[in-house]
Design a protein around this ligand. Sequence first.
Ligand SMILES: NC(=O)c1ccc[n+]([C@@H]2O[C@H](COP(=O)([O-])OP(=O)(O)OC[C@H]3O[C@@H](n4cnc5c(N)ncnc54)[C@H](O)[C@@H]3O)[C@@H](O)[C@H]2O)c1
Length: 260
Amino acid sequence: MSDEFAGLKGTVGLVTGAAKGIGEGVARKLHGAGMKLALADVDGDGLKAMAGELGGDVLTFPLDVTDGAAVEACVAETEDKLGPIDRLAHVVGIQRFGPIAELSDEDFDATFNVNVRAAFLVARAVSKRMLPRKRGSIVAVASTAARTPRIGQGAYCASKAAVAQMMCVLGLEMAPHDIRVNCVSPGVTETGMVQRLMATMETPEVVIKGSLDGFRVGVPIGRLARSEEIADAVAYLLSDRSSYLTMQDIVVDGGGALGA
Ligand SMILES: NC(=O)c1ccc[n+]([C@@H]2O[C@H](COP(=O)([O-])OP(=O)(O)OC[C@H]3O[C@@H](n4cnc5c(N)ncnc54)[C@H](O)[C@@H]3O)[C@@H](O)[C@H]2O)c1
């Protein structure tokens, strides 16, 4: 194995949202780099299938990340069974669509509960254990939606901006303790989340081509991202290769946010 992602081999990591999509891509990448992994997701069957495929040194936690007690128990059990968690990839996120004028309380609350509150619960449970050890790297998956407004995604855009800023503050608090905290912001990536979004559109190809009426910008590189391409950035930030990088938000979007 090359040292493409230096320092990951043999270390313990927690990946949330690991059953599908980008989280699955991250889990596969980190497993391939020789890490011991705890995988958490509300989709228990998906997790079981992943663990069966990956093999040894993988624990699975079927849980809802908005449940603080379950998150705390998962982190404690992981440290008991695998050792100190030195890397966290918090990937879970949901999208509820609708213009703000029509968005329901339920959709708004669910978005903030899963995307923001859970990021706080998971980051707190892991970072408080990293603190006395004075080592660790945390990556949260935000989104280009944090900086580029999108019609029908008011709650989602706002929740991702909140995650990015919370991770920046955590990075500031952790920096004196040699713990790095960063975000990866994917552009449109081929996962179940995006298939659900495209199913709401009459002409899904506007996502790549751009639309003056809707998303406005397209994807200059001319295709959607693959989960592995997002996972590469997550693995880099978790590894010792990025040892002087903290409080950053790396945008992996094929130019979709026009550099914003
Ligand atoms: N796909 C994209 O284009 C895109 C773009 C930018 C950012 N993102 C972000 O990347 C992350 C992953 O997105 P994805 O496209 O892979 O989504 P996805 O819907 O394909 O997968 C999300 C995973 O999270 C799990 N999950 C959802 N709610 C959960 C909860 N409450 N507790 C535990 N697990 C839960 C699901 O079971 C699923 O396995 C999200 O944070 C999303 O906002 C995605």
